[in-house]
Design a protein around this ligand. Structure first.
Ligand SMILES: Cc1cc2nc3c(=O)[nH]c(=O)nc-3n(C[C@H](O)[C@H](O)[C@H](O)COP(=O)(O)OP(=O)(O)OC[C@H]3O[C@@H](n4cnc5c(N)ncnc54)[C@H](O)[C@@H]3O)c2cc1C
Length: 349
């Protein structure tokens, strides 16, 4: 019996990177802190505009959240438009849609332009609920999708292994890819011609005229709020034009006029957004199934589980996610994985 590995399939099935750490000071137009999909996408766009970039990544690029994602590229991740429309109004919901669609449309263009082999394929997305009482949620979501001119429809005949589910929302022509291969392709494009990627280079602070503008992730949790607010220069946002900043790293300093922070959890946070953040832990299981998993991405809205598959040397691996919980709630990971496994065994019986 193959017991598998305790690591994301993406990191197991694509080449790792080995960029140097920062050693000598380099001159670039923009320093980007964080080498996940946000940092590398921004770097790609800026380099395409003719700017020079240095990415500073504390670990290895794409190995953090992006390396452990389910990598569904869709115009939605769940039943979210109704929530946004109801709570923030149509104008905001349209902006939200625009952001989603812009990223959704940009990825295939970049793949084509840079000729990246990253298993990108168009597949449908199904969102359903194994809790039958949630049908009203699907209908309300569909009403808002129509209002926002987003293509989707209710279906009643999901295929194996979800054939017992009576109702779902179908979004046709969505996509999935291999995120590590994609980011490796972006990294190949970014590095060189006056642009750099530095790994194992953690940013500790960003300073301007001796003011600390941003502090590293440990700092956020180490300093209390007063200290933190005293340290942060709230005018940075307004004045972040042409002033030279010093990016302090564990490997030495860099200077640049423009700094873009793409660390997922913010290390520069003038609006105190961290107050609204909560840390969640979620779990992914990769399984080889005896019966063929249908092409497509499937999201069970309630209770939340997500499904997609990816080709590996051993066959099609089904990636099942779910059972997320707040980090401060102590859970025994083994029990959660067993719960996830048991719920899936029932599904495939
Ligand atoms: C289980 C799971 C499934 C998901 N599924 C999907 C999905 O199907 N579709 C979808 O669109 N989204 C999905 N998401 C969300 C998506 O994966 C994330 O939004 C995205 O990967 C975040 O990318 P990022 O670049 O912002 O962050 P990251 O990938 O975490 O990159 C941030 C980088 O910053 C670096 N960093 C942090 N602090 C510093 C510092 N001080 N100095 C230098 N570097 C630093 C980190 O090491 C890290 O590499 C999923 C997320 C999870 C957890």
């Amino acid at each position: 019996m193959y017991l598998g590995k305790h690591m994301p399939v993406w990191l197991d099935t694509a080449n790792g990177t080995n960029f140097p750490h920062l050693e000598d000071e380099v001159e670039v137009d923009v320093v980007i802190v964080g080498g996940g999909i946000a940092g590398l996408s921004a770097a790609t766009s800026l380099k395409m505009e003719g700017l020079s970039i240095a990415i500073l990544e504390s670990k290895r690029i794409s190995n953090y959240i992006t390396g452990a994602t389910t990598a569904k590229i869709a115009v939605t991740s769940n039943l979210i438009y109704n929530y946004i429309f109801t709570n923030f109004g149509k104008e905001f919901a349209l902006k939200f849609k625009e952001a989603y669609f812009s990223a959704f449309n940009k990825i295939p263009k970049i793949i084509d332009k840079l000729n990246i082999d990253c298993d990108y394929r168009r597949v449908p997305l199904y969102i359903f609920s194994s809790d039958e009482d949630s049908f009203d949620n699907l209908k309300s979501e569909l009403d808002v999708l129509k209002e926002l001119d987003i293509d989707a429809k209710i279906i009643h005949d999901l295929s194996y292994p979800f054939e017992n589910i009576n109702n779902g929302l179908l979004y046709e022509d969505q996509a999935e890819f291999h995120p590590k291969k994609y980011l490796n392709g972006l990294a190949d494009f970014i590095n060189g011609d006056g642009s750099y990627i530095f790994e194992k280079t953690k940013v500790l602070a960003i300073e301007e005229n001796e003011n600390i503008l941003a502090i590293g992730e440990k700092g956020i949790f180490k300093t209390n709020e007063n200290e933190r607010n005293k340290n942060l220069n709230n005018d940075f946002k307004k004045n972040n034009d042409n002033k030279m900043k010093t990016i302090v790293t564990e490997r030495g300093n860099l200077k640049a006029k423009n700094v873009l922070i793409a660390t997922n959890s913010p290390i520069y946070d003038p609006d105190n957004l961290y107050k609204f953040l909560s840390q969640n832990k979620s779990y992914l299981l990769g399984v080889y199934t005896k019966s063929k998993f249908p092409q497509g991405m499937f999201v069970d809205h309630s209770p939340f589980h997500s499904y997609r598959s990816t080709s590996t040397e051993k066959g099609e691996l089904v990636i099942i996610g779910g059972e997320h919980h707040l980090l401060e709630i102590l859970k025994i990971h083994g029990i959660i994985l067993t719960t996830l496994e048991t719920s899936q065994k029932n599904l495939w019986m």
